[in-house]
Design a binder for this molecule. Structure first.
Ligand code: SF4
Length: 454
């Protein structure tokens, strides 16, 4: 019998032993399970990283991290112990093992991972590459799709991901990226969002995000969700939190679970679907604590917990890695695989991005193994358009890596634009993935403008 391209085997989840890391050698189970302890002991700089790993990692590794933070990093360091512990999960880490580790590759960025010189960024890379700010109906409320909005409630997270698409707003400024700040106070911003939603009954679906809602005091999150539940037209509410994976201890706190239970009960009584969306990119991140947190949310009445990962070279860009992750999520933690986004065209991200062609192949290769409802769609978030399944491309110049997309609705900034639905919108493959002819073309045509082309 011939083997399948992917051989499924049921695997038990593992919580790596944190005591293998010198800085956590004396940490008790009780401390580890405390959200407060996890937050206080986050790694925010190279000195603290040394405090965790000591001599396990050599000076060149620490220098690599420091060089990235001082140079191209678009996000500052912020790593909860829970997340650090999932790097090199089954051995005592060495510098070489850390450099190769999928979680390290996107959460603990190093200068040597980036492509050298100008190749690090695509010529058309941009802060706010999805143009969300242009589509703010009120501050922080992106109205891009006809029936859905994104509410950015805050600009912080318990962990910062190197490839964050909202790198212009989320997190602390880095030498490469001074961050924008909200103007309005949180309470005024949230009130303006609710006013807009009450006045816009065509919106039925709200993604409550940031940042990460786990960084809001729970009573503030609950007040906003309650406000949404009081808007008659809202039928779907999804809370976005990578912390379900990076800091599951937060969602396991009794007061948080009780509060989520109360919100879920109200939602259910009003016929509203309240779901949690998380962001897991590698199978090793799905530990028993993550599974406990996801299942505890389901047990208190949250309708579903879904995963929206990002397709990243070196992290999960093979069919085997994607399927391993999806099975860990669904079998191990009752989390539904939902989307994998192609990494957005932000500055200094070319080493993570894959071509559309590759994404299409991956979508093909993962079909048929998972239940249909848990088979993730691989999507391209096309600037000025929104999510498109990778096979929906209208035209694709593989040599130059330029794809052309269409759309079937007007975003919030096109209500009076007659031509919006007739235009084609562009997305670009990473130049280093192109054939020689394509790379040569870009060498003479690489001037940065990112406009819809008609
Ligand atoms: S958790 Fe989400 S919003 Fe926060 S840094 Fe990561 S990708 Fe960005």
């Amino acid at each position: 019998m011939l083997e399948q391209p992917y051989e499924y085997t049921a695997r038990a989840l593992v919580e790596p032993d944190w005591r293998r890391l010198p800085g956590f050698a004396a940490v008790t189970e009780e401390q580890w399970r405390s959200a407060q302890w996890q937050r206080v002991n986050c790694v925010k700089n190279v000195r603290q990283l040394r405090g965790v790993y000591g001599d396990l990692l050599d000076d060149s590794f620490y220098a690599d991290v420091a060089a990235d933070q001082a140079g191209r990093a678009t996000m500052s360091l912020l790593l909860p112990p829970q997340m650090l512990n999932t790097m090199v999960p089954d051995a005592v880490p060495t510098a070489a093992a850390m450099l190769a580790d999928p979680v390290r590759r996107y959460m603990l960025t190093v200068a040597s991972d980036r492509l050298p010189g100008p190749a690090a960024s695509h010529p058309y890379a941009a802060r706010d590459s999805l143009h969300e700010h242009e589509m703010w109906a009120v501050e922080g409320l992106t109205h891009r799709y006809p029936t859905k909005v994104l509410a950015e409630l805050l600009s912080t997270c318990p962990q910062y991901c190197g490839h964050c698409t909202r790198m212009d707003l989320v997190g602390n400024s880095t030498p490469a990226v001074p961050k924008l700040k909200f103007d309005l106070k949180p309470i005024d911003r949230q009130a303006a969002m609710l006013d807009y939603l009450r006045a816009t009954p065509g919106v039925r679906d709200v993604v409550v995000s940031g940042g990460d809602v786990a960084n809001l005091p729970f009573k503030n999150l609950a007040a906003f969700v309650q406000g949404l539940l009081d808007v008659e037209s809202i039928r779907d509410i999804r809370l976005a939190t990578k912390a379900l994976m990076g800091l599951p201890q937060h969602w396991l706190q009794p007061e948080v679970l009780d509060g989520m239970g109360a919100l879920a009960q109200t939602a259910r009584a009003r016929g509203v679907s309240l779901a949690v969306h998380t962001h897991v990119n590698a199978a090793q991140s799905v530990t028993p604590l993550v599974a406990d947190a996801a299942r505890a949310l389901l047990a208190v009445g949250v309708r579903d917990v879904r995963n929206q990962g990002v397709l990243l070279e070196g992290v999960n860009a093979t069919a085997g890695q994607l399927l391993d992750l999806c099975f860990a999520l669904t079998d191990g933690a009752s989390i539904t695989p939902y989307y994998f986004y192609m990494c957005d065209m932000i500055p200094s991200a070319e080493h993570w991005r894959v071509s559309l062609d590759r994404a299409q192949t991956l979508q093909h290769d993962i079909m048929g193994y998972l239940p249909g409802f848990a088979t993730p769609r691989i999507v391209c978030d096309v600037p000025y358009v929104g999510k498109r399944w990778v096979h929906q491309v209208a035209e694709y110049d593989r040599e130059r890596g330029i794809s052309y997309w269409t759309k079937n609705y007007r975003t919030g900034i096109e209500r009076t634009d007659d031509a919006a639905l007739d235009r084609r919108y562009v997305y670009y493959d990473p130049i280093h993935t192109l054939p020689a002819e394509g790379r040569a073309w870009w060498a003479t045509h690489g001037s940065p403008v990112l406009e819809p082309v008609g």
